[in-house]
Every structure is written in C-alpha cells, then in structure tokens.
Design a protein around this ligand. Structure first.
Ligand SMILES: *[C@@H]1O[C@H](CO)[C@@H](O)[C@H](O)[C@H]1NC(C)=O
Ligand SMILES: *[C@@H]1O[C@H](CO)[C@@H](O)[C@H](O)[C@H]1NC(C)=O
Ligand SMILES: *[C@@H]1O[C@H](CO)[C@@H](O)[C@H](O)[C@H]1NC(C)=O
Length: 441
C-alpha cells in the first residue's frame, strides 16, 4: 500500500548564554601573593597556593591599567632566586595556562628582567614588563598545552621536565632583580576557542583591545551588544564547540539547537520546533492534538474515496463500475483493498505528520515488500519481505535519517496488525522506530 503526499519533518532543541570565561572551564585560579578574590569574569581566584616554599608575597596596591581586576595585579609572589609553582593537573586533555603579570615596583625598563619556563619550554625569555606593556599595566600570557599519559606537550612537542608527580612545573628565572607573578588561571580547552585567549576573557570575542578591555572583533556570527559579544539573531551559542551556530532552517531565533523561539515566514512552532504546517490533528495554533488523527476502515465500500484517501490519482476512476487506473488497488467487500505489485492509494490533500507519531494497520501479507507510506520528497516507511521496517526521514539539518528495525518475519497466511511508533529524540538528534511484534489472527 502506498499513501502519497505525506510530509515528514524532524526537527530540533538546546540553550545557555555565557558572557565571560566559563566558570565551568576553570580548573584553577590563584591570586599569586594575595588572598581569595571574586573576579569580574564570573569565577573566583583562590588565595595563593602551590608555590615553592622560599618565595615571598607582597601587595603594592595602586592603580593597574588594562584590567578591571586590579587586585590580582597589585599582589605578587616573587623571589630573588629561581622559584615557581607546582600546579596539580591530573586529567589528560588540552588546557590553557594563563600567567598574569604587572610591574608594580620598578617604573623603568631594564630593571626587573626574568625568564618564564614550563619544564624546558621557554614561555617568555628575558621578560621586561615595563618594556613590554609599561609600568603598572596588566599583561597576561596564554600557553596552550596538552597532558597525555604523564607527559606535557606544547605545539605538538613533548616538553621535558614539565610534569612530575601529577604537577605542572612552572618556573621563574632571575635575570635582573626578582622574578615575579601576579595570578594564574588554568582553563580546560584550547586556544582555538579564541575567547579564552584574550584579556577581555569574553566568550565570543576574537580580538580584544587590551587597553580598553573591550572586544574589537567578535567571533563569526556574533556582534557587540552593550559592549559584549553576543550571537546574532538566528544563531545560538553552542557551549561545546564555542561557536554561534545557525538555528534550524525554518527557525528565525532559537535558544539552542532544539529550541526555536520564533519561526521564519509562515512556518509554525510546535514543541519548540518549526514545522512547515500544523501537523494533521493539531489545532491551527498547533497547540493541541487528539489521540487518533486518522482512523480509516477500507473494508466496506467501493467508492474510490476512503476518508482521507483515494485510489490512484483520480477519485472518479476506480473499480468496479468505473474504468480503473492500472495501479488502483482492487476492493473486496468486507475484506478491504487488495494491493498487487505497484498499486497504491494516495491522500486527497497533503497530510502533515507530527514529530512523534504512531501508525497501526491491519494487513494480510501474501508476499513481497513495499512502501507503507511515501511522499513526493522520497521520505518513506518501507517494509521488507523479512518484516524489517525502514524509515527514511528528513532531519532538522535537512539531512537524511534512515532507521531500520530487525526482521520480524510476519505470517503470510493470516491477518497481521502492524503498529509502530516513530519518535524523535533531541538528545541523540535522531529518529527511532519502536514496533510491536506482529499480531496475528
Ligand atoms: C622593589 O624595589 C626595591 C628597590 O627600589 C627593591 O629593593 C625590592 O626588592 C623590590 N621588591 C620586589 C618585590 O621586587
Ligand atoms: C555564520 O552565519 C552564516 C550565515 O549567516 C553561515 O553561512 C555560517 O556558516 C555561520 N558560521 C558559523 C561558524 O556558524
Ligand atoms: C518525542 O518522543 C521522544 C521520545 O519519547 C520524547 O523524548 C520527545 O520529547 C518527543 N517530542 C515531542 C515533540 O513530543
């Protein structure tokens, strides 16, 4: 049996708006030489910890440029000899280490000079903060590294001496005066997500103006609103890929992949999904649905029109008293419709089916296989000769979803009741079929 002109649409759901460095990605934040501090970026620094034992803390106070978190840079840890931090990092993965500096003691260049290393890797050679950014000015260095099986690599190269006993070893080497540090942030994830690696610490910021701490360029599909990069209308913020991703095709705004909030044009919103029309059985507002939307008995009449369906392409050519079309099924009184190879019935108008739907039909299968429902786009539900059912539907991204059930080998010498439920799962973004065992009588 074929029923034509059915429209299937599977669509989408999801959420979140984050303005600063995601608190959830912060592994460590330490105020070197100082006490705990709640930053403007939505996460807190702990008081100083994990430093090597001889080093000293101090707090110079005063204004610091290029930051809105001055307290981090007013305090410092320093020593007159090589010193450093042993930072606990245990889970394999990629991280960004952010080392925060400001020169608060020497106003001239060539006074304090030092070298920063992680193991053998030179993070900054002969760093002179006054020469680099100026006196009393925040300066953050971002280092992306990967931890794998107790080995640290940077830019694809293994770094010797960088990791020991579960700790990342950061060291400061004296060149002139006392090597120092103001703060540490350790973030899980890498710098390809640009928002980690700029001093704005702003999600969706590609280029930060370090002087004003405003974002000069947002990432693709984001723009500045009230000084903060936000995803453009028609896109949503995807936390895992850290991109502004376009809403589903029929959606004009969405809070995530499966949560359209408004639809384009005449498309209608049903359960957070935009569909081309209200599904059959729903009210025009698409707000309600009755339990059975089509309940058709093909047994008792010969008219060529059966409720929503008609034989072939014409309702005026049908068995037995009219000239039938070659592919019309043959009606048998009190038995139903007999479909030989290729014959079908079609719907009299377009039927829009809900995201989740179930279908039950009584059939007596003699042999062969065929399509139970198909539409003009080629999406369909088909039954194989072994009783395996295949559904081919359009996904929310307009790609094709195909799902096949195991073979159930229905009887071909009895009436069988075929019923199946098709549901769309937003968590897997896929369709699934549940079908009952064939019911024989
Ligand atoms: C600050 O500068 C003075 C000299 O002006 C020096 O003696 C002192 O060690 C410096 N302090 C730090 C923490 O570098
Ligand atoms: C940004 O939006 C444009 C259309 O406006 C789209 O073609 C492009 O793929 C989007 N980029 C990303 C990274 O989502
Ligand atoms: C469709 O069915 C799935 C699985 O039962 C359910 O999780 C989902 O919420 C349903 N979707 C709609 C739009 O009713």
């Amino acid at each position: 049996m074929k029923v034509r002109q059915l429209y299937f649409a599977l669509i989408s759901l999801n959420l979140l708006a984050i303005y600063s460095l995601d608190a959830s990605t912060i592994v460590l934040a330490i105020n070197a030489g100082g006490s705990a501090y709640s930053s403007s970026f939505g996460f807190s620094y702990s008081s100083d910890i994990y430093y090597t034992s001889t080093s000293k803390a101090s707090n110079k106070g005063g204004n610091i440029a290029h930051t809105v978190n001055e307290f981090i840079y007013q305090t410092e840890r320093w020593d007159s000899v090589t010193w450093g931090y042993d930072l606990p990092v245990s889970t394999d993965g990629t991280y960004v280490l952010i080392l925060q500096f400001a020169e608060v003691n020497f106003s001239n260049t060539n006074k304090r000079i030092f070298t920063v290393k992680i193991g053998d890797y030179v993070v900054a050679n002969n760093l002179d903060l006054v020469a680099t950014v100026g006196y009393r000015t925040a300066y953050d260095i971002f280092i992306t590294f990967t931890l794998s099986s107790n080995s640290v690599s940077i830019s694809g190269n293994t770094v010797s001496g960088a990791y020991s006993a579960g700790k990342l070893l950061v060291r400061f080497y004296l060149v002139a005066e006392n090597p120092k540090l103001s703060g540490i942030i350790l973030v899980s994830g890498d710098c390809s997500v640009a928002d980690y690696c700029n001093m704005c610490y702003q999600a969706r910021c590609l280029v930060c103006n370090a002087a004003t701490l405003t974002c000069t360029t947002c990432i693709t599909n984001a723009s500045t609103i009230s000084g903060v990069c936000q995803c453009n209308l028609g896109t949503y913020w995807d936390v895992s890929s850290r991109k502004c991703i376009i809403c589903d095709k029929l959606c004009s705004s969405c809070s995530d992949k499966f949560s359209c909030t408004t639809c384009l044009g005449t498309n209608v919103l049903v359960s957070n999904v935009c569909l081309r029309a209200c599904p059959y059985g729903f009210g025009t507002s698409c707000a309600s649905v009755s339990s059975a939307v089509i309940d058709q008995n093909f047994a008792n009449y010969f008219y060529g029109i059966y409720g929503l369906f008609q034989t072939g392409t014409s309702s005026s050519s049908y068995y037995f008293f009219n000239t039938p079309e070659i592919l019309d099924p043959i009606p048998a009184k009190n038995r139903g419709l007999y479909f030989s190879g290729g014959s079908y019935i079609q719907t009299t108008s377009t039927v829009y089916i809900s995201l989740n739907f179930s279908i039950g039909i009584w059939v007596w299968i003699l042999s062969g296989s065929g399509d139970i429902l198909t539409n003009s786009y080629g999406y369909k539900i088909a039954l194989s000769s072994s009783g395996a059912m295949t559904i081919i539907l359009e996904s929310n991204t307009e790609s094709v979803i195909t799902v096949t059930t195991p073979a159930l080998n229905p009887s071909n010498s009895a009436w069988v009741y075929i019923s199946f439920i098709i549901s769309f799962s937003s968590s897997t973004s896929s369709a699934s079929i549940y079908n009952n065992q064939w019911l024989h009588i």
